[in-house]
Design a protein. Structure first.
Length: 315
């Protein structure tokens, strides 16, 4: 079974007759992605303070958008990393998601416009994400955020980068993250999983599209097994922050997301795994056409509020 709203979205996309990603190429894929963003998002939610700024990164200045639902208060913070296969997506494509989570979780959200492949392949996105997280921690007070309560989160490739940041934060010491929110994340470079077989075509994101994304991001297949690219392959997943993992049954990435949730749980990490059984990849930013997005915004906020509160009590 597929959610009727998701089915209607897929039918509409099929009617457009767009060429496959590999034929579009990165620049055209970004243009089309941006063109659809506003209609998919629907009416965005008001947030008290929204500001576009820049922070220094390893490859130059990195744009970010800051959201605060209560700029007169010190709030916990979430670094949000957008999805798009490391190739497409920007601050505008995921604006609705960041607004919704900032409001619902009552937290500052810093959305990061990291460098994209193929112009800037792996590990550029990882290094930018790490720079963004480090900057957020160092400048929390200036942003109205609590440096002791910082979480990371993202969808798809952004979920991948969030999982990598959580591991890196643990391994490099210093910043102890409050939580990680992984929305249908990329966690492994294995294209032979059950969901890659069962949801290879017909549900929006295809197996061929994922192969193309990986080829843009990390063309050297031998390097894809690095935990910085495939966090499921990390030798040790213990002592990582509590995780919310959301997967969709009708998604090529369902198996690796579930495998990561299980691996975290087996390593002693507190995990909440929500399976949206009738949902497709990408829906989190489709609040205007797929109402399930709003349920997941609520799920993310509930999880974050709980973990931020736990971090506050630990102070």
């Amino acid at each position: 079974m597929i959610d009727p709203e998701a089915r209607a979205y897929l039918d509409h996309m099929a009617s457009l007759g767009l060429p496959p990603l590999a034929e579009q190429g990165a620049v055209e894929a970004r243009r089309l992605n941006s063109l659809r963003a506003a209609s998919l998002a629907g009416e965005v939610e008001e947030v008290a303070h929204v500001e576009d700024r820049h922070l220094p990164g390893p490859g130059g200045s990195i744009s970010f958008r800051l959201y605060s639902p209560a700029p007169d208060r010190t709030l916990p913070a979430l670094l949000y990393i957008h999805g798009g296969g490391w190739v497409v997506g920007d601050l505008d494509t995921h604006d609705s998601v960041c607004r919704a989570i900032a409001r619902r979780a009552e937290c500052v959200v810093l959305a990061l416009d990291y460098r994209l492949a193929p112009e800037d392949p792996f590990p550029a996105a990882v290094e930018d994400a790490w720079a963004g997280l480090s900057w957020l921690a160092d400048h929390a007070t200036d942003l109205g955020a609590d440096a002791g309560r910082i979480a990371v989160g993202g969808d798809s490739s952004g979920g991948n980068l969030s999982a990598v940041l959580a591991q890196r934060s643990r391994d490099r010491g210093g910043l102890k993250l409050a939580a990680q929110v992984l929305i249908y994340p990329v966690t492994d470079c294995d294209f032979k999983t059950d969901s890659y077989r069962d949801a290879a075509t017909g549900y929006g994101l295809t197996r061929e599209s994922m192969l193309w994304y990986w080829n843009q991001y990390l063309p050297d297949e031998s390097k894809r097994v690095s935990p910085d690219a495939s966090p499921l392959r990390a030798p040790d997943l213990s002592e990582l922050p509590p995780a919310l993992v959301i997967t969709c049954k009708l998604d090529p990435l369902a198996s690796e997301g579930a495998a990561y949730a299980e691996a975290l749980r087996s390593a002693g990490v507190r995990v909440e795994h929500i399976i949206e059984s009738d949902m497709i990849h990408g829906y989190i930013r489709m609040g205007g056409v797929v109402s399930r997005a709003r349920k997941s915004w609520d799920d993310c906020a509930r999880f974050l509020r709980r973990e931020f509160q736990a971090g506050d009590l630990a102070h």
